[in-house]
Design a protein around this ligand. Sequence first.
Ligand SMILES: [Mn+2]
Length: 445
Amino acid sequence: MSRKPLVPIEIFKKRRAKLASQFKGAALILTANPEFERNHDAGYEYRQDTNFFYMTGFEEPESVFVFRPGCKPETTLFVRKRDPLRETWDGFRFGPEGAKKEFEMDSTHEISQLSTILPDLLKEVGQVYYRLRKDAHWDQEIMKAIEENKKNEGRSGKGLLAIHDPSVVIGEARLIKSEEEKQWMRKAGEISANAHVEAMKFVRPGVNERHVQGVIYNSFYQQNSPRVGYNAIVASGANACVLHYIFNDQECKDGDLLLIDAGAEYNYYSGDITRTFPVNGKYTTAQKQVYEKVLYVQKAILKMIKPGVLFEELQNTTIDMLTNALIELKLLKGKKEDLIASKEFRKYYMHGVSHWLGMDVHDAGLYQVGGKSRALEPGMCFTVEPGLYIPADDATAPKEFRGIGIRIEDDIIVTEDGCEILTSKVPKEINEIEALMGCQAPPVR
Ligand SMILES: [Mn+2]
């Protein structure tokens, strides 16, 4: 029994070649995510550290990657040794030999060799790129190697190697998506969209939020997604006003809305979709009024997107338009400019309209460069997700709006002259949603 790398290794070699100049004269050290025990002998589902996977494609825990552009060996991977007993229990391991061959590393070793070999690998470099304070175990191992390296230098005047955070360099590389990455983002968007369609077809009064979550996850797995990009939010009624609602265990009631925020992962790239639709398949007049405002803003922001537009312009326009909507709905009273200046709009709209999207659902990449908001460029990938949330106990709100929470979210890639929407397979127009839900099963009694 053996396994193959998830995606072609060429891709990781290209990424390393592209970043080589930025790590020249240094050693970039990346460490695998730890495994966590959930309950006796049973672990949490394992997912590799994003930057580690981005640079290596290697998915096993207890691994360390050392990249020294221009040195020999340039790439070194420390991995778990083969172990017939452990592999009988936990499954296949590549081991040093397999990792060298399949992941095309210059050099591989057993992870137990790290403390002996790493100090030597630091001899030829002037600095280290390593993310401190993320994992205490690796911090200790890496610091020991740096200390050991200094000892070996004797009184040469060379102090401890300086340690820099590699997150910004790798994050900036991850921000602009390559052609393969765009393909995987499209796939993640499509899988996620199909699952939302399944949920819309399934939901009816009396089903539990958990059951809807199951329908979505089942659809992800059926479409060959190995895991979610983040835990799904399935929030019926006023639960939708809790932005990161975690319980997903209430009954979906006739007359309520259901907000679902869920996305699948594909080749380590994540979708991120939110839709808000009526449990019984028909929006009430009040629900329609709020929904139409949010949808209008969402479509306006999608239209704005093109290279050169500043990231903050999307947020500022959203605040402007949603504050207008709040006045029209009689949720806020006063002049728009004053309500924005005093941040009163935050009572009903309190989050960003967009975040970078990629291998992490809230992906890496700077939002500001040189103290200024970033201008959009082709290949950037992000969400567009305005929302309005009217607390159930908001005594100042018109009664019919209390407990309504609505968010509408799509994923996009910036193109040369606009944007490509990755998640349009799931409807968001009221008539389309009602038509799709018209074929729903009768209520659960
Ligand atoms: Mn999002």
